[in-house]
Design a protein around this ligand. Structure first.
Ligand code: AHR
Length: 502
């Protein structure tokens, strides 16, 4: 492959390394919030989890759902805790105590050093409640709701700039599911009202819940036909798991993500072209991950039982899952010119890179590692990588490149970082990385995840199976680097280079 700092796709959007906290299972309760835990601070936030969130390098966190938001009343979660009502959470058949709400989340966000992304309920509620929430959160004071926030202890407005207009509104599982035209009009009206308060907000309209929805495509077209001028981004959601033990296709999940992003981009641009608009709608890939949806932890409780924070969607990830997550991040980076926000779903316990035991340890899942390394080292600009090489055949995607890759270049540090996945299950890949337009000064680091122990999973007691290990094959010449990628592996190669154009 060939890299050249002059061939730039876009600046790396820092918001690509977002995550997601939903009131679902143990994500909030006994995840980020557990008063009484040995590491809990005065706010009841687990310090062990906060430390891991910082290490993960998360930049933004979407809140409070997900499906949960579609029947949530945000007012239930503010004010004196002992006066907050317990409510049935219809999305996950649980009891929501409302002990943790907006003000707790914003305090947590400050401690985690991340930016919030706030979702409004357009399922059971509408424009009025969204605008109320905006006033409570972002108005400085002197109005009823802003003064309520101040009375509740937050003197300064939160200044939340990125807002999701509902969640998965096409899904039959969504409380308040709507048709595309109904939703598009509601999103448009809500956006217009929110912009009367602050024209500079960034607003995300719901795209299809996933690429396999029967209404996919028509939904995006119809929603944007109603709301094109009022919103800035459209959301995409995708979860991956191996089907029929087909590891080769699973490893190539980024192909699906590439195609999905390209399809939505084309649809959004076609709506824009019909409107003769110069505006481009960006993409918020605000839910993505590996998720074993057909497995038992994904079944919510039922019947008379409405438990508080039951363990739900607690997938335990393998080394192969970590390789796939690394590959999905490559796809997101490759599309940085259109995908300007993304959220791995979710952050703690619920299909998450961080796991906790109530009262006990917090630890890293395998998928933690490629995310943390990519978030830390994908800096500067994304480069357009020219690739030439062998292909591999998959049942799901046909003939695809054996090795997927993306690169970033940081003008400030002179670092060029290459992220690679060998998607072939059985054979290593010999890779030559040629650097043009820059003088190569050497290899800083080359680390790999995978290749062996693909089914190994982490536990609270260790060992940490997917911790990146040095890849000693990387050899540097004047113009490039040669290295070997083990089968089914993710690799990060960090180079030092000098831009000859500057
Ligand atoms: O992340 C879990 C769930 O997946 C979210 O609540 C929903 O938006 C999606 O279907």
């Amino acid at each position: 492959m060939s890299l050249d700092p002059r061939r730039r796709v876009a600046p790396v959007p820092r918001r690509l390394f977002g995550s997601f906290v939903e009131h679902l299972g143990r994500c909030v309760y006994t995840g980020l919030y557990e008063p009484g835990h040995p590491t809990a601070d005065a706010d009841g936030f687990r310090r062990d989890v906060l430390a891991l969130v910082r290490e993960l390098g998360v930049t933004t966190v979407r809140y409070p759902g997900g499906n949960f938001v579609s029947s949530y009343r945000w007012e239930d979660g503010v004010g004196p805790v002992d006066q907050r009502p317990a409510r049935l959470d219809l999305a996950w058949h649980s009891l929501e105590t409302n002990e943790f709400g907006l003000d707790e989340f914003m305090r947590w966000v400050g401690k985690a050093d991340v930016d919030p992304i706030m979702a409004v309920n357009l399922g059971t509620r509408g424009t009025a409640e969204a605008v109320d929430l905006l006033e409570y959160a972002n108005h400085r004071g002197g109005s009823h709701l802003a003064d309520q926030r101040r009375d509740n202890g937050a003197a300064d407005p939160y200044g939340i700039t990125l807002w999701c207009l509902g969640n998965e509104m096409d899904g039959p599982w969504q409380v308040g599911q709507r048709s595309a035209t109904e939703y598009g009009r509601l999103a448009s009206q809500t956006a217009k009202a929110m912009r009367r308060f602050d024209p500079d907000l960034e607003l995300v309209a719901c795209g299809s819940s996933h690429l396999g929805m029967p209404t996919f495509g028509a939904w995006e077209r119809d929603v944007l036909t109603e709301a094109y001028d009022d919103v800035d981004l459209i959301s995409l959601h995708a979860y991956y798991q191996p089907v029929d033990d087909d590891l080769a296709s699973f490893l190539a999940s980024a192909e699906d993500m590439d195609r999905y992003i390209d399809a939505v981009t084309a649809i959004a641009d076609s709506v824009g072209a019909i409107r003769r608009s110069t505006k481009k709608i960006m993409i918020a890939f605000d839910e993505w991950n590996v998720w074993y949806q057909s497995a038992a932890p994904s079944n919510p409780p039922s019947g008379e039982d409405w438990p508080v924070a039951p363990p739900l969607l607690e997938d335990h990830y393998s080394v192969a899952d970590a390789v796939v997550v690394g590959g999905l991040l490559i796809s997101l980076l490759r599309h940085s010119d259109r995908v300007t926000a993304a959220c791995q779903a979710q952050l703690v316990n619920v299909i998450a890179p961080i796991m906790t035991e109530p009262g006990g340890a917090a630890w890293r899942q395998t998928i933690f590692h490629p995310f943390a390394r990519t978030a830390r080292h994908a800096r500067g600009a994304v480069l357009d990588v020219l690739r030439e090489g062998s292909t591999t055949s998959t049942d799901r995607f046909g003939e695809i490149d054996a090795v997927d890759a993306v690169s970033t270049w940081d003008d400030d540090t002179g670092e060029m970082t290459v992220f690679l996945v060998n998607r072939v299950v059985t054979t290593p890949a010999e890779v030559t990385v040629d650097v043009t337009g820059a003088r190569l000064a050497g290899i800083i680091e080359c680390v790999t995840v995978g290749g062996t122990d693909l089914h190994a999973k982490n536990t609270a007691d260790g060992p940490d199976h997917a911790e990146p290990r040095p890849n000693g094959t990387a050899r540097s010449a004047d113009t490039g680097v040669q290295l070997t990628l083990p089968p089914a592996s993710w690799t990060m190669l960090r180079l030092r280079a000098t831009d000859v154009t500057t």
